[in-house]
Design a protein around this ligand. Structure first.
Ligand code: ADP
Length: 606
């Protein structure tokens, strides 16, 4: 991870830690107190041993020493439990905020961003980041903070009481930390991330083969898929063995250093005893101290590794939080108020990539209130971009787009999008009931209103034939419905939403003629009295519209009614109409029509 990414992740963690300052302060105080009390345990044990070993039998002193020891153990347990309860609350608060905010941010990223990202991968990045936050916080609170406090306190006590022993202990602790963290980070971690990379590739390959299961079946390719998967598992196994073995070797090396440290501490203790500098109590303290230190240090390498991995896993979600949404509301943006539904493009210029040239160069156009306009032209000529600019999914490079005289760049995006109803080419539905899908644009609609708009959209017949009617779940993205049925649900949704402006992207996929007639009729209901823009792919639709705009390479080359355009000698639309009477409208009119190219039409029909 680069230094700037590392800093970004730390900023990200800190941002959520400081959300609950009181809980954080309580955590810090209690954690320090509990660690100090834990350090006191060996010395209390030493006192007890001294009391028991004293030459004069003094039951009172023994009981007092015992009470101290038990009191300390009890206090430690209480503080530890308190830390646990606080951290439960602390992380649950932070994690829910984190995941909610990441979702909110990602939802608002540009349409482009979403088009270029796999939804599944984004989901994984967010949830993985959320759990990594938990791992990292736990490692800090339960492993590193107490280990550091304990090590510092013990070194200080030893240096003050037995300077030579103190120096030895401090040096050996640092030697241990260097060995275990060094091995862990520089030797074990690379092997384990290599193994993890293969782990991800294994999941991706499983997902790929299982999603395309129909193709696998069709070609009886199961053995082939299994063989290629077996290759991956073999590689995974080899790498994982390396990583686990390195972990085990590192463990042996750490235990070696730890054992050396214990020998050193106990040997020095015996030496001090021989010189008459320590008694039985001190000796008992020393034995417990080395056990305590060992407990705190034993798995420190592993914890460092886990923390490191958690930081890596938070990298993406941290980056999301610092990525600005590409289109933002202006300061002081006001809601759009649509009274008539007039749309004006005023010298609008726009290009996708900076420096790559403009798609629209000072495009000016006026669409009258209630007008029904068809956009026609070869694919790539800018029809969809025209619609996206109207929705302000992108900002213009220059010029303005006005709705009823209000510049859409200066109104809130929410009000703008709420004013524009959209029926996409292949509507993606939510895996929710049909009723919820229809009511998506107006969640408070009554069942009667939902049924009414379904009837207008000709969706009522097929919905009522479904086993659970309007309560039927439609499957992920609506897979349980046919393309024509999905479109009718989307039309019903738009009818119910009742937006003053409407954008329809006609389905290109061939619908059967019954569906097509139903959809055409549904669209008539939908567009009555509303400004309507249709990205048209069929002649049958365009002819019925008030006005047709023919696009070519970002320019509007013809503009008029069907009648006018067909009457225009040498016109592009006229040529389209003549040659592709039954075909789609979005092919390039300059290209030789397919029918003529293959010559079948003349042979069959003439
Ligand atoms: P149409 O809807 O008429 O098929 P589009 O508006 O989708 O045309 O595309 C117009 C031009 O802009 C095409 O050259 C296309 O390649 C380009 N384009 C469309 N979307 C993007 C995008 N997200 N990023 C870059 N270029 C794009």
């Amino acid at each position: 991870m680069s230094a700037s990414a590392f800093a970004q992740v730390l900023r990200f963690v800190w941002r959520y830690w400081r959300r609950s300052p009181r809980l954080l302060a309580a955590l810090v105080v209690l954690r320090i107190a509990s660690s100090l009390i834990d350090v006191a345990t060996p010395f209390a044990a030493g006192h007890l041993v001294d009391a028991v070993a004293a030459e004069v039998r003094d039951v009172g002193r023994v009981i007092e020493a015992l009470a101290w020891l038990l009191g300390i153990v009890l206090a430690f347990q209480i503080l530890r439990s308190a830390v646990e309860f606080i951290i439960i609350r602390f992380t649950a608060d932070a994690m829910s905020a984190l995941v909610g905010e990441a979702f909110a941010r990602v939802q608002r990223f540009s349409a482009d961003w979403h088009a270029n990202s796999f939804a599944g991968a984004t989901v994984r990045k967010i949830t993985r980041g959320m759990w990594a936050f938990d791992t990292f916080t736990d490692a800090m609170v339960f492993q590193f903070a107490p280990a550091i406090i304990v090590i510092l306190t013990i070194s200080t006590i030893f240096l003050a009481r037995w300077p030579m022993l103190g120096v030895l202990v401090t040096l050996s602790i640092f030697a241990y930390l260097a060995v275990s963290i060094g091995l862990s980070v520089a030797w074990v971690a690379p092997a384990s991330s290599a193994a993890q990379a293969l782990d991800s590739r294994m999941s991706a390959s499983l997902a790929d083969a299982l999603t395309a299961n129909a193709a696998v079946k069709a070609f009886a390719a199961e053995p082939r898929e299994e063989a290629s998967f077996a290759g991956l598992t073999a590689a995974w196994k080899a790498r994982t063995l390396v990583s686990w073995r390195r972990g085990a070797y590192a463990g042996i090396a750490q235990s070696g250093v730890l054992l050396g440290m214990q020998v050193l501490m106990l040997g020095a203790g015996i030496w001090l005893w021989a010189r008459g500098e320590v008694g039985p109590g001190d000796m008992a303290s020393l034995v417990s101290v080395q056990a305590l230190v060992r407990g705190y240090l034993r798995d420190i390498g592993q914890h460092v590794r886990n923390a490191q991995r958690a930081l890596n896993e938070m990298e993406d979600v941290a980056a999301f939080c610092e990525t600005a949404p590409h289109v933002d509301d202006m300061p002081g943006a006001r809601p759009l108020i649509v009274s008539r539904g007039e749309i004006t493009f005023d010298k609008a210029s726009f290009g996708y990539a900076a420096g790559a040239g403009l798609l629209f160069d000072r495009l000016s156009l006026e669409i009258r209130p209630g007008e029904k306009v068809g956009l026609v032209g070869p694919s790539g000529s800018g029809k969809s971009t025209f619609v996206k600019l109207l929705q302000r999914l992108y900002d213009l490079d220059d010029g303005r787009i006005l709705i009823d005289g209000q510049d859409i760049a200066g109104v809130t995006q929410a009000s703008l999008r709420r004013a524009i109803g959209l029926v996409p080419q292949d509507p993606a539905l939510f895996h929710r009931s049909i009723a919820e899908n229809i009511a998506y644009g107006r969640p408070d609609a009554t069942p009667a209103e939902i049924a009414e708009s379904a009837t207008l959209a000709h969706a009522d017949l097929f919905v009522e034939a479904l086993p659970a009617g309007y309560r039927t779940l439609v499957g992920e993205r609506g897979v349980k419905l046919s393309g024509g049925e999905r479109q009718r649900v989307a039309i019903a949704r738009a009818i119910l939403a009742g937006t003053p402006i409407l954008v329809l992207d006609e389905a290109t996929s061939s619908l059967d003629s019954v569906s097509e007639a139903l959809i055409r009729d549904a669209i008539d209901h939908l567009s009555a009295g509303r400004t309507t823009i249709v990205v048209a792919h069929r002649l049958s639709t365009v002819q019925r519209l008030d006005r047709i705009l023919v696009f070519k390479a970002g320019r509007i080359i013809e503009d008029g009614t069907h009648k006018e355009l067909v009457a225009k000698p040498g016109g592009v639309y006229r040529r389209l109409f003549e040659t592709q009477n039954e075909g789609a409208l979005s092919e390039d009119p300059d290209e030789e029509p397919r029918a003529r190219r293959f010559g079948w039409r003349s042979r069959v029909f003439s």
